[in-house]
Design a binder for this molecule. Structure first.
Ligand SMILES: Cc1ncc(COP(=O)(O)O)c(C=O)c1O
Length: 367
């Protein structure tokens, strides 16, 4: 018998970026800039750093397995009941838990192509069927194409809103229409809708869907949030799900007892309390996003309007070669070849000086 399921055999391991010191050493570049993983270039709140240092004194003890204080703080922040929250080692762990907990043999998971890779990794890793709809012509989620894949065996639908790597964002009306059609088709056993809102702080739609209110209306809904992006805590690993108490109870059965470290809990609480810091970071990011977008367009490249802290850019040339050129000049972006977008790169919005480094290279490609 094969050692792994056919689904696991089909998977390719997630390819992590190289540590920045390795890039420095290999390329002989003194000060490379990393614009590859959609982190917050403005860093982390000093209050969170202090809280983490303080929490380090208690590292001989296991963390609070129930995230009691963090739960209380997030519940107050969102105005939900504490029993509507599940915390994870990053929202990545929650994606894994959601699939593991709810998707049974014979059931399938539906999402869009050119979206966050973890949905596929978790589904195939659990040896479940994974269905991907094509993107729409505007490179956003095509909800009609998604609907075409939904059947009575669909247990879970992942929608990244805003989406990574396209930066596109759906409005409430389109989502409501889609959901009404899904629930009509699957009236006997509606699928769980997971709204992955990792980049919510950067989105700019007035009609952005209120997923927390949707949970109240439609209990088989999950909103996923993270401290890794605007809150600047990617290295600490903390995310959470907002859902109905019934789904929380089921997720809690498969959660590892101490999945969120004491440092992550302390950092997340302090970061949440420092909303001024988050606001400043987001304001700066949006200003830079607009500046970089305009400059790239002026250079003749196609840029998808982004609701996140990155841009997906069509350079109309071999992006793998461009990626290497940028690397040699000390600028690390994310190639999109694995998504079939061979002329695109995804670039995270960095500090102004970092963005200038990137823009300087792409301004002079034929020179
Ligand atoms: C759409 C989306 N969801 C979830 C995540 C995972 O974030 P984390 O596990 O750091 O919370 C990412 C990270 O890049 C993402 O882009």
């Amino acid at each position: 018998m094969a050692l792994v399921s056919p689904e696991v055999a089909r998977l390719r391991p997630y390819e992590p970026g190289k540590p920045i010191d390795e890039v420095r050493r290999e390329l002989g570049v003194d000060d490379p800039v990393k614009l590859a993983s959609n982190e917050n270039a403005w860093g982390v709140s000093p209050r969170a750093v202090e809280a983490i240092a303080e929490a380090a004194r208690g590292l001989h003890l296991y963390p609070d397995g129930g995230c009691f204080y963090l739960r209380r703080d997030v519940a107050a922040f969102l105005d939900v009941a504490p029993g509507q929250l599940v915390f994870g080692n990053g929202s990545n762990e929650l994606i894994d838990m959601l699939v593991k907990t709810f998707v049974q043999p014979g059931q399938n998971v539906v999402t869009s192509a050119v979206s966050f890779v973890a949905y596929k990794l978790s589904t195939l890793g659990a040896a479940r069927e994974f269905r991907e709809a094509p993107l729409g012509p505007d490179k956003g989620f095509d909800l009609d194409a998604l609907l075409a894949l939904v059947d009575e065996n669909t247990r879970m639908i992942f929608i990244a809103n805003p989406n990574n790597p396209t930066g596109t964002c759906l409005g409430a009306e389109a989502l409501d229409r889609f959901l009404a059609a899904v629930d009509e088709r699957c009236a006997a056993d509606p699928p769980i809708l997971v709204m992955d809102e990792a980049y919510i702080e950067y989105q700019g739609r007035a009609d952005y869907p209120d997923s927390v209110a949707l949970v109240a209306r439609r209990p088989r809904t999950v909103a996923l949030r993270t401290f890794s992006k605007a809150y600047g805590l990617a290295g600490a690993r903390c995310g959470y799900a907002v859902t109905s108490p019934e789904l929380v109870g089921l997720l809690e059965r498969t959660r590892q007892p101490f999945n969120v470290s004491a440092l992550a809990q302390a950092g997340a609480r302090a970061a949440l309390a420092d909303q001024d810091f988050v606001r400043r970071c987001v304001t700066e990011t949006l200003l830079e996003r607009e500046r970089v977008h305009k400059r790239l367009e002026a250079l003749g490249f196609d840029v998808i309007p982004s609701h996140a802290n990155f841009l997906l850019v069509d350079f109309h040339r071999d992006a793998a070669a461009l990626h290497q050129t940028l690397m040699r000049r000390g600028v690390i972006c994310r190639p999109m070849g694995p998504y079939g977008l061979t002329t695109h790169l995804r670039v995270t919005i960095g500090l102004p000086t970092e963005n200038d480094r990137f823009l300087a290279v792409v301004s002079n490609l034929d020179g």
